[in-house]
Unconditional design. Sequence first.
Length: 655
Amino acid sequence: MSSIQSVMQETRVFTPSDAFVKQANVSGMAAYRALCAEAEQDYTGFWGRLARETLQWKKPFTRVLDESAAPFYKWFEDGELNVSYNCLDTHLATQAEKTAIIFEADDGQVTRINYRDLHARVCQFANGLKSRGIKKGDRIIIYMPMSIEAVIAMQACARIGAIHSVVFGGFSSRSLHERITDAEATAVITADAQLRGGRVMPLKPAVDEALSLGGCAAVHSVIVYQRAGCDTAWNPANNIWWHDLVANQATECEPEWVGAEHPLFILYTSGSTGKPKGVQHSSGGYLLGAMVSMQWVFDYKASDIFWCTADVGWITGHSYVAYGPLAMGGTQVIFEGVPTYPDAGRFWEIIQNHKVTTFYTAPTAIRSLIKLGGELPKKYDLSSLRLLGTVGEPINPEAWMWYYNTVGGARCPIVDTWWQTETGCHMIAPLPGAVPTMPGSCTLPLPGIMAAIVSETGEDVPEHQGGFLVIKRPFPSQIRTIWGDPERYRTSYFPTEMCGAYLAGDSARRDEHGNFWIMGRIDDVLNVSGHRLGTMEIESALVANPLVAEAAVVGKPHEIKGEAIVAFVVLKGELPGEPEKIRAIAHALRDWVAREIGPIAKPDEIRFGDNLPKTRSGKIMRRLLRTLAKGEEITQDVSTLENPAILEQLKNAVK
């Protein structure tokens, strides 16, 4: 195997300030190394200590880790707890009046709810679910807008031991149907519509259509939250309004105490082929990961106003909206709308108005906001911020620097977090009071996470050489199986050539400091003239050019080189109307990449567009770009795209 080559050169280092180190939960590199050493010396003892100190157990566990059926690991198996109890009941005696959620609606209206009232509403809804015959082990689909009610629905399922599966509100009826049938769901919780960017976007019709496609006979209840008050088709046989369901329900509901390995939720994630994978997470291990990462990576303090911008339809919205902040007893912001409505200053206005201290968002959002108003943050008072974070994909170094300087005022550490739906919580990220950061690097593994970079045959590779990112020891928050398909779980994540390690599916390298640099998905690695190049590094070089706002790089077959590099680029300014001027910019950008990282990485083709094809959550659909690059017709479902018209523009773009 020719190794995956790294072409990125980044030398800037930012050490935590003395003031931040002094107040940090993990203060200084010595404290970080001590935690790592504890895990290395007594792995199960380390995780057992954290589980006893962090979680509230109804029945304490006696065994930390069972590896007998590897890779179907079990953590704290004989212990019993309830996740909702850990998130809500534990705070009632000490801070019932503390604000749990600050909800800002699309139109700017603000609602606050404290822990006492949130607990009461979760209990009422949980009792309502039980009144519909929903019980422990039942699977419940949640298809909701970003709202307090979405969190209540998730927490209520956890309270009664039902297994929720949240489906992002931007997914189509066919995608929804696929998840309902795979999970064999017995109920769907939805809303009449969601409000985004000043528009009413119906949700209930997609549920009705999904149920009409067949195979959904197990669904006996469709619970509808009245968000928009729009006309809604109604089937009285199984439809019930949320407000009718909770009317007259008691505000107390005894938690269903479950084993630590009881499934908390199933979350579907797209595979490179085949149907979506139902990632199944446990109760005890998952919650432990969410809470420990809140303490370590987000340096959580009781005075924080925490804001994770992710939708609850994604794993980030599970771990760092619905569960982690509440389990810590924190105050968090939940925002219904989009960052560009009514203008591109919306995020910065929210931070200013609610005095947000910790802000966690995606590089895609950061790049979009740079394009729409790179100077806008300076018009707002962002002095409340003390910590910034990124999630979802590697962040380009230049976007990192803008985030650090313009949003954080060169005083807030940035935690660039690498993790996945399957890992449940952060795996590699800087502990902000200990680990020096470098733009574009997620830095070092969390204590107890045994990450490594290996070859195709599972051997460790030297520093600066790319390879496959793996985690060599099981960890509490990891995926337990793929729902209904244990063999796919085994072959996807624990292939025999990895010698028992968890295969993340990403390529990465380590530098001389031990820092990890994510180079892209394994299936996004380009093989150009025998050189294997990570797409992210070429994208970073393009975005470093002052003309470029955003870039995505894919490969297409080339009869001589194996693969040709095709770049899709969004400029910061207007795209010229004359083809010759467009070609001149493309030529200049190719030369730029050649100078930045070498001629081998020079794109063979550059196409320009007003935007890139993205899901409504902001994820670039690179598979569609690969299809366009090859000149093939797009046959995939594009109903989840925010901007399907962009495909035609990119297809016919001047090359």
